[in-house]
Design a protein around this ligand. Structure first.
Ligand SMILES: [Ca+2]
Ligand SMILES: [Ca+2]
Length: 334
């Protein structure tokens, strides 16, 4: 079931490649465009790095995926250079899918499987530290990663690196994409319309991604559970203690079967955090609940005020220990 949802997600992303929409700066991020005589995916390097282009284990429509694997810890990294020519007020968004099996980094805890960006100035000098857009160890099923990346002002080119950093195990990559996007205006809740790929953390055991769906809601937060699991998209916003905030948005949901507890259904909740980003209280603040099926897109509103000592609120949108599907769009906090 999981694979099917992923395939639908991909179809959605591919549909987004219409005129006027951002263009993927990465070449052959799908790994479907062929290989060199050494078995390297086109545009992804000239030296072997324990890579193999394999039939995608996700779904037929995913074509080929890139596998990088090692039995002993070490470095096996593929890379691609990008020319950056960003309009002012723009940044990058990097998005893709990956899967890991038994990835073990040696020594330092930053070793493992990664997606990394390095920026260079006009003299081809590296700017700042490499930026890890995604980094994991252990085993994990196919999942999407997505990051907003602010480009250093002097950057002229970037290198995208994927693979194993002093680690053993296997990592698979597919549908890597990098877009140039306009920086979000200064809103309390960023990218509540999910149009610029970023700002959101997506977590949980069910299916969750940001996808292009029909019916006037291009790009929305899509969540589906086939088992009663915890699956949420979240964002941390700055708050002032005592101040009243109004949250609004649009939602569509289907076949949500609640769990045995009142709060185990489609749910929007807030967790309040102190200056050190530590939670202030054990019980989160339940703001909105959804069960059954909606007749279509519905608007919803909720109010909250942050308790004494709160500096941030982490807002969660998703499914709490229940099955069903729910999609959020046009979320706003005022
Ligand atoms: Ca592919
Ligand atoms: Ca949207």
């Amino acid at each position: 079931m999981h694979k099917l949802f992923l395939a639908l997600g991909l179809a959605g992303i591919l549909c987004a490649a219409e005129p006027g929409l951002p263009v993927n700066l990465l070449r052959n991020g799908s790994f479907d465009e062929g290989m060199t005589t050494q078995g390297l995916p086109l545009y992804w390097g000239t030296q072997p790095y324990n890579q193999a282009v394999i039939s995608s284990p996700i779904a037929e429509s995913f074509g080929k995926s890139l596998r990088i694997s090692r039995t002993e810890p070490g470095y096996s990294i593929g890379a691609q250079f990008l020319n950056l020519n960003l309009p002012v007020e723009h940044q990058l968004v990097i998005v893709g899918y990956w899967r890991g099996q038994n990835i073990q980094g040696r020594g330092a805890n930053w070793n493992g499987a990664k997606v990394q960006l390095i920026f260079y100035d006009a003299a081809q000098r590296e700017i700042d530290q490499p930026y890890d857009a995604a980094s994991q160890t252990g085993s994990f099923a196919w999942q999407m990663f997505i990051q907003n990346v602010v480009v250093p002002p002097k950057a002229v080119t970037a290198k995208v690196l994927i693979g194993l950093w002093d680690a053993s195990g296997e990592v698979l990559y597919d549908d890597l994409q990098i877009y140039t996007v306009r920086r979000a205006p200064e809103m309390i809740l960023q990218n509540g319309d999910f149009e610029i790929w970023g700002n959101w953390e997506i977590q949980g055991q069910g299916q969750i991604d940001i996808r292009n769906i029909a019916s006037g809601h291009d790009n929305a937060l899509f969540i589906a559970n086939t088992e009663p699991e915890w699956t949420f998209g979240s964002q941390v916003i700055p708050v002032a203690a005592g101040k009243k905030y109004r949250l609004s948005g649009e939602v569509i949901y289907s076949e949500i079967v609640p769990g045995s507890q009142d709060w185990q259904k489609g749910r929007v909740y807030a967790e309040y955090l102190d200056e050190q980003m530590q939670p202030l209280q054990a019980a989160p603040d339940g703001l909105k609940y959804f069960d059954g099926s909606s007749r279509g897109w519905e608007e919803f509103q909720a109010e909250f005020s942050a308790p004494e000592g709160a500096k941030f609120a982490k807002l969660y949108f998703g499914l709490q220990d229940c099955t069903g599907g729910i999609v959020f769009d046009n979320l706003q906090v005022e």
